[in-house]
Write a protein that binds this ligand. Sequence first.
Ligand SMILES: [Zn+2]
Length: 97
Amino acid sequence: MSIRIDDNLEQAADGSVSCRHCQAAVGVAAEPLRDARVRLSAPRDAGPSVRSNARHFTDREVVLRQSFCPGCLTMLQTEIVPGDEPSHRTRTVAVRA
Ligand SMILES: [Zn+2]
C-alpha cells in the first residue's frame, strides 16, 4: 500500500518514493527527490515574473533548479535558490492520529 505525498509522488510502506504517473523510483522518505533529474538554468527562465537580476541583491550565484521524474519527466519541483545550497524544501506524509 502506498501513501500519497502530493499530486506526483507516493511513498510505499518500505519508505521508497515513486512517481504516481509512471511508478519510477524517485527517492526515499528522507530524500524524496534523491534520484530525480535536475536541470539548472538562469532564474529568468522561470518566466516573465522573474525580472530582477539576483546580482543586485547577493554575490552568490542564484539558479532556477527544476526537478523531474526520471521515468516520465513530470516536473516535481521548481525553486529559485542559491546554486551552492541544497534544497531546503521538505515533504511529509500526512499521518492520521
Ligand atoms: Zn514519472
